[in-house]
Write a protein that binds this ligand. Structure first.
Ligand code: ATP
Ligand code: MG
Ligand code: MG
Length: 548
């Protein structure tokens, strides 16, 4: 089974292999370590690593680290963790754009010597003005015709730290009249006195993305450089640099459309704003569309991979419905999640005819459709908890749960009949008095049809837990389209249920297992140690409640 279903990129690769243009496919995933990866990056990861695996090729992890002011080790480490968690491995092929700073510098000198790059002393404002725009051709810089000798001397002085930050730049000499603004003498190097996570204080000039990326690809022998559509207009520049320096390899840049998911944000810059402003509880808040947020929430990596595969690869921009992602998670968890009983909003039930002090163990299957999950022993006793919503005072005939005089089945246990509801002074139901039928052990009794089955937990054995229910973080399908995306924050995206109960033996500290709390939703234990009770995060509801 292939990682990546056939698409226009695999067609190009098939052709390149058939024509013997290449005999080994080399791709790369090139994140900038300036934030945590998000669901959009999962597409690029699955595509680059997936294609490489499908063709017995190689995929590099390359940190695109040319912007020291925004980059950190924490981010780089989170990126490694996320890729591995998603199920991919770069093996020994980990690189940094900064590994090539010496080579990049030498290629810049080569362009200068060929008369194809110059040092520009214009102010940033002048440069912006003279660059023109879509309707207005650019104007040549007064410094454009400096001799290679002068440019070389100035560029070396830039490198040696003789000028202030931003005082001069090195630009490629291409065409200020080009219809493609990227080709209007783009900046190749700028002066920035910044400490770099890998090269420390060695450099005070840093190369720009467009210059760095194509040369890094070529140095690494990348065959197919897969990137998102916004780089389509940069491709002429990618090719121009490689055509004008002395380098053997010329990778093919191929663009595909970004993955956008409705009701989420897929931009590190905006996600980091949510973290900085304290709108969420860190990059791995379970409501975040970061890979680490999805992991903490309990999304299985296989399900994320399936989702990305289902979305496919094309050049068409689109927004995938959040429901498609959640359905992929549900589909996976329905098969993989053991069933347990958890009561989110407990209501005590006393079974009056059950002997006081008696405990019996009942057998419960861990998965209704898959025997290989085995079964467990569940304690039953005179006092149990049921869900508050499973009792209704004035219920009609269609309510197959607890109301005075009505009989229901307790999952894996007995039939009970509701006799009386006890209320507090405010009139709230605080306890139910019921009786049980000792003949109905295991949930069947002769001759009676009992429609409703509800979950329960023996009170004395119940483990108190805190449950966190999540709704979408945004209440607008395209938050990024708003002037201020934080206006669309859903103030009810987190609901805490502090008094939930779980059957014993499940709330294991280190558990990575996602459980289905039967009839409720899927849950996974949170990593937090800040509460006195174990916390369980809702992974996803049983059914989609949005597209109803
Ligand atoms: P952001 O805007 O979130 O910072 P980026 O594109 O600047 O994203 P990079 O770290 O440069 O982030 O991304 C690494 C790779 O992931 C790039 O090749 C980029 O094209 C790809 N990528 C980023 N976002 C998406 C997305 N939404 N869908 C598919 N690929 C993406
Ligand atoms: Mg980028
Ligand atoms: Mg970015």
């Amino acid at each position: 089974d292939k990682n990546v279903t056939e698409n226009f990129i695999t067609h190009i690769i098939d052709e390149d292999l058939a024509n013997k243009k290449h005999n080994h496919v080399v791709t790369r995933f090139p994140p900038e370590p300036n934030g945590y990866l998000h669901i959009g990056h999962a597409k690029s990861i699955c595509l680059n690593f997936g294609v490489a695996a499908d063709y017995q090729g190689t995929c590099h992890l390359r940190f695109d680290d040319t912007n020291p002011e925004k980059e950190s080790r924490e981010y780089a480490e989170s990126i490694q963790r996320d890729i591995q968690w998603l199920g991919f491995d770069w093996k020994t092929n980990q690189f940094h754009a900064s590994d090539y700073f010496d080579q990049l510098y030498a290629y810049a000198e080569e362009l200068i010597e060929k008369g194809l790059a110059y040092v520009d002393d214009q102010t940033p404002e002048e440069m912006r003005e003279n660059r023109g725009d879509f309707n207005r051709p650019g104007v040549n810089s007064p410094f454009r015709d400096r001799s290679p000798e002068e440019n070389l001397a100035l560029f070396r002085a830039m490198k040696a730290g003789e000028f202030a930050d931003g005082a001069r730049v090195l630009r490629a000499k291409i065409d200020m009249q080009s219809g493609n603004i990227n080709m209007r003498d783009p900046v190749i190097y700028r002066i920035r006195r910044l400490h770099h996570i890998n090269t420390g204080d060695k450099w005070c000039i840093y190369p720009m993305y467009d210059f760095t990326h194509c040369i890094s690809d070529a140095i690494e022998g990348i065959t197919h450089s897969l990137c998102t559509l916004e780089f389509e207009d940069h491709r002429p520049l990618y090719d121009w640099f490689l055509d004008h320096i002395d380098i053997d390899c010329h990778p093919q840049q191929i663009e595909f459309s970004r993955l956008n998911v409705s009701f989420t944000i897929t931009s590190k810059r905006r996600l980091s704003k949510l973290v900085e402003e304290g709108i969420v509880d860190g990059w791995d808040d379970p409501r975040m569309s970061t890979i680490s947020g999805l992991r903490r929430r309990g999304y299985p990596p296989e399900a994320i991979r399936d989702f990305v595969k289902q979305v496919g690869v094309s050049k068409k921009e689109s927004v995938i419905s959040m429901t498609v992602l959640e359905d992929a998670i549900r589909h996976h968890l329905n098969q993989s999640a053991p069933r347990v009983m958890g009561v989110l909003r407990p209501l005590k039930v006393v079974i009056e005819n059950y002997p006081e002090g008696q405990v019996e163990m009942l057998n419960g299957a861990n998965h209704p459709q898959n025997e290989s999950f085995g079964s467990r022993q569940i304690p039953f006793s005179r006092e149990i908890y049921v869900e508050q919503s499973d009792y209704k005072e004035n219920a009609n005939r269609k309510f197959f749960r607890l109301t005075e005089g009505r009989e229901v089945r307790l999952r894996h246990a007995y039939y009970i009949t509701c006799r009386e509801a006890i209320k507090d002074e405010q009139g709230n139901v605080v306890e139910l008095r019921c009786t049980y039928d000792p003949e109905s052990r295991g949930g069947t009794a002769d001759g009676r049809k009992v429609k409703g089955t509800i979950h329960w937990i023996s009170a004395e054995h119940a483990e108190p837990i805190e449950v966190r229910l999540y709704d979408r973080l945004f209440n607008h399908p395209k938050p990024a389209s708003l002037e201020n995306f934080t206006d669309a924050i859903n103030s009810e995206s987190l609901e805490i249920l502090p008094n939930a109960m779980l059957e014993p033996g499940i709330a294991d500290q280190d558990s990575e297992v996602v459980y289905q709390f039967e009839r409720n939703a899927y849950f996974k234990r949170d990593k937090t140690h800040e509460t006195d009770k174990p916390v369980f995060n809702q992974v996803v509801s049983m059914r989609d409640s949005w597209s109803k």
